[in-house]
Design a protein around this ligand. Structure first.
Ligand SMILES: Nc1nc2c(ncn2[C@@H]2O[C@H](COP(=O)(O)OP(=O)(O)O)[C@@H](O)[C@H]2O)c(=O)[nH]1
Ligand SMILES: [Mg+2]
Length: 463
């Protein structure tokens, strides 16, 4: 924290390009008087109250007027960074915004690193690390669910839960340590069996959080859905129909290959990343075999499989064989019977009844029959209702948090086993301590430069 005291940072906080306004942010002790040197108005920024917006002109060192602006003044600790801050709202042109930034740098600020404003908010203790990460997640969120889970994390719900669990470990530790201090006098403060139970309760809570990552990841990153089936079963038609009804407002995924079409779809506020494939078939042709191998790679990487069956087909032998193969991937599979607008033999699709664990739905991609039924099934097979009902349950959405929880769980298990083997309190305390450290790395109570750099380098400049 010390190193920042005299250091003033500045950056453009808005995207590059023409717009109505752009914002140049300046933060640090003395940042207000620094901006005051180039800001001309009837009042000086130095004398303006906290949280005020001031109209004035930015004047270059040679006296030329660069722009008319509004300067918002924030005073520590009530600002984004918890430091004195000025946000200059200038006209939103690339050139003029950069001129103002350049001038601010010339009079003594330095260019902020990516995420440095948020990093300062963290270092100054206004938010903890998981909240800082939530800021980046909100900016990057591409669905209602992603936004919702990030804002909850920003509000500190996860931190609260982590602190609760940490406190329980601290309480146990203090009892054990007290016991160690008094061990000469043979005072037994806590029975070992009791200790085992209490560690178990804590590790159950940690385990619950770890389990929530399975769904939490879907909230934050979306669900990878793959459409497979024999050629001509209507996979691409179904993708188009789904897109017409539910297209997501997100930028296309870069790196889309020629072989696979990838599109984003929003179903009930959740992001689904859909991959259309060329189709499964038996082939001796090396190029086609390679294509099919890649399809299987994509399946391996997906979260949910839609298997499309053409009900008007004259044989289902291959379909049944492919579905059997797919079941080895241990993913959710939905069997979609397509083209029900055509005449088809209901009895012919009876054999699919053997797949009792896979939801089955009859649709017509072209005639838009039963599509909303299909999207309901897709949604429900990932986001099981009980999960969503439990309002209070905290979801882990971030891989870093999950890793830390797993580490904590492992240490708790070791502490539990030491306690059940009636080993010395010193051993138990050691493991409890590392369980605690792992938890505190989530909120950043314990952290390293490496972790911080890793997190904040992923932010944009100006945030
Ligand atoms: N009658 C009917 N034809 C369909 C339906 N869905 C797809 N088709 C037709 O089946 C053919 C193959 O469709 P396509 O989507 O390209 O299949 P893909 O190879 O699995 O991607 C096309 O001629 C589509 O018009 C449907 O629901 N009903
Ligand atoms: Mg196709």
């Amino acid at each position: 924290m010390k190193m920042y005291e005299e250091d003033i940072i500045a950056a453009i906080a808005t995207p590059v390009g023409d717009g109505a306004i752009s914002i140049v942010r300046v933060s640090g002790k003395n940042s207000i008087s620094l901006v005051d040197k180039i800001f001309h108005s009837t009042v000086s920024l130095n004398n303006s109250p906290a949280n005020s917006i001031n109209y004035g002109k930015i004047i270059d060192t040679d006296g030329t007027i660069l722009d008319e602006v509004l300067a918002a003044v924030f005073r520590a600790p009530r600002s984004y960074t918890a430091e004195d801050m000025v946000e200059i709202n200038c006209h939103g042109g690339w050139y003029v915004t950069n001129k103002i930034l350049e001038l601010i740098l010339n009079v003594g600020a330095r260019l902020a690193e990516p995420g440095e404003f948020t990093k300062r908010a963290f270092l100054n203790g206004r938010i903890d690390l998981s909240q800082a990460e939530a800021v980046a997640d909100i900016i990057q969120s591409k669905s209602e669910m992603a936004r919702k889970s990030s804002i909850e994390q920003l509000q500190g719900n996860l931190s609260k839960k982590i602190n609760e669990i940490s406190k329980k470990i601290v309480d146990l530790l203090s009892i054990i340590e007290l016991q160690l201090d008094f061990s000469e006098e043979n005072i037994v403060l806590k029975e070992h069996s009791n200790l085992v139970e209490e560690i178990k309760l804590i590790s159950n809570e940690v385990q619950k959080l770890i389990n929530s990552f399975k769904i939490g990841k879907f909230y934050r990153e979306g669900v990878k859905l793959i459409i497979v089936g024999k050629p001509n079963s209507g996979k691409s038609s179904l993708l188009n129909t789904l897109l017409n009804e539910n297209r997501a407002i997100v930028t296309p995924i870069p790196g889309t290959t020629r072989d696979f079409i990838e599109e984003n779809l929003i179903i009930k506020g959740a992001l689904f990343k859909i991959v259309d494939t060329a189709g499964l078939r038996h082939s001796q042709d090396p190029i086609e075999m390679e294509g099919i191998r890649r399809t299987y790679d994509k399946i391996e990487n997906s979260d949910l499989i839609l298997y499309i069956i053409d009900v008007a087909s004259n044989s289902f032998v291959e379909d049944i064989e492919f579905i059997h193969n797919l079941s080895n991937f241990h993913k959710g599979i939905i069997l979609v019977f397509n083209k029900i607008d055509l005449n088809f033999n209901k009895n012919a699709i009876e054999p699919f009844k053997i797949f009792t664990s896979y939801p089955q739905v009859e649709i017509s991609a072209i005639k838009h029959i039963n599509i909303s039924n299909l999207t309901d099934i897709i949604f429900n097979s990932v986001f099981k209702e009980p999960m969503l009902d439990s309002q209070s349950s905290i979801l882990i959405t971030n891989e870093r948090h999950k890793q830390a929880l797993v580490k904590s769980f492992e240490s708790l298990s070791m502490a539990e086993s030491s306690a059940s083997k009636l080993m010395s309190g010193e051993f138990i305390a050691l493991d409890l301590r590392s369980a605690l450290n792992a938890l505190e790395s989530i909120t950043g109570k314990i952290t390293t430069d490496e972790i911080l750099n890793n997190i904040f380098s992923k932010f944009c400049i100006g945030k």
